[in-house]
Design a protein around this ligand. Structure first.
Ligand SMILES: CC(C)(COP(=O)(O)OP(=O)(O)OC[C@H]1O[C@@H](n2cnc3c(N)ncnc32)[C@H](O)[C@@H]1OP(=O)(O)O)[C@@H](O)C(=O)NCCC(=O)NCCS
Length: 185
């Protein structure tokens, strides 16, 4: 169980996200910042191959962030994770709980096979993703020259989580092996 609940997006959250994005430009794939109008358009018409959620501590509390699965490829059971939290709540474990909630949705509701992600070497979020990939049996490769920022090229930490390696095992918990059916005579 994650302490974070996935809720529908709100217009107000989208406007807040627009402001949070301005503080983490080195972590973004696209440099242009969105206007309020563009944020509103996104709220009305999110890309069809994506799902987005407000991240809340309870159904009543205001959201602490926004997360999503983008570029969903149903044939390949694959999607990319996206996550942004309100800077005032960083470092309280909400980011980790949000990823747990999104992966749970991806693997146990949407029947995806893998969730991938990319974090640039210049992003302060790098140790966060490295820690989760290590802890939850994910995999990664380093891709060279994936981000040009402040006059320099940076590599990216390109990672994945597979459904079969998730949810993470608790200490003492065992993987249950499916019982194979006896072949019929
Ligand atoms: C990245 C982000 C989602 C992390 O969320 P968070 O709530 O601050 O992170 P958490 O408190 O859940 O941290 C979870 C674990 O990550 C690791 N971690 C997080 N930040 C770390 C840091 N700066 N250095 C080392 N480890 C770190 C720790 O292992 C931590 O677990 P622990 O506290 O039990 O040791 C959040 O900071 C954010 O929204 N940043 C801006 C948006 C962004 O950069 N998104 C990602 C684009 S790639």
């Amino acid at each position: 169980m994650s302490i974070i609940t996935l809720r529908p997006l709100t217009q107000e959250l989208l406007l807040q996200v627009g402001r949070w994005r301005e503080e983490i430009r080195e972590s973004l794939r696209t440099v242009p910042l969105r206007t309020q109008q563009e944020q509103f358009e996104f709220y009305l018409h999110p890309p069809e191959d994506s799902r987005w959620w407000a991240l809340s501590l309870s159904t009543l509390a205001p959201p602490v962030g926004m997360g999503g699965l983008t570029g969903i490829q149903w044939e390949n059971g694959l999607a990319e994770i996206s996550l942004i939290l309100d800077p005032v709540v960083w470092g309280k474990g909400y980011g980790k709980a949000a990823v747990h909630a999104i992966l749970g949705e991806a693997f146990h509701r949407m029947r995806l096979h893998q969730v991938v992600g990319e974090c640039y070497g210049c992003s302060p979020a790098l140790p966060f993703w490295q820690a989760l990939v290590r802890e939850w049996n994910g995999g990664f490769v380093m891709l060279p020259q994936r981000k040009y920022w402040a006059g320099q090229w940076f590599p990216s930490f390109s990672f994945w989580f597979w459904q079969e390696d998730y949810p993470p095992l608790q200490p003492g918990e065992e993987v249950s092996t499916p019982v194979e059916e006896e072949p019929h005579e």
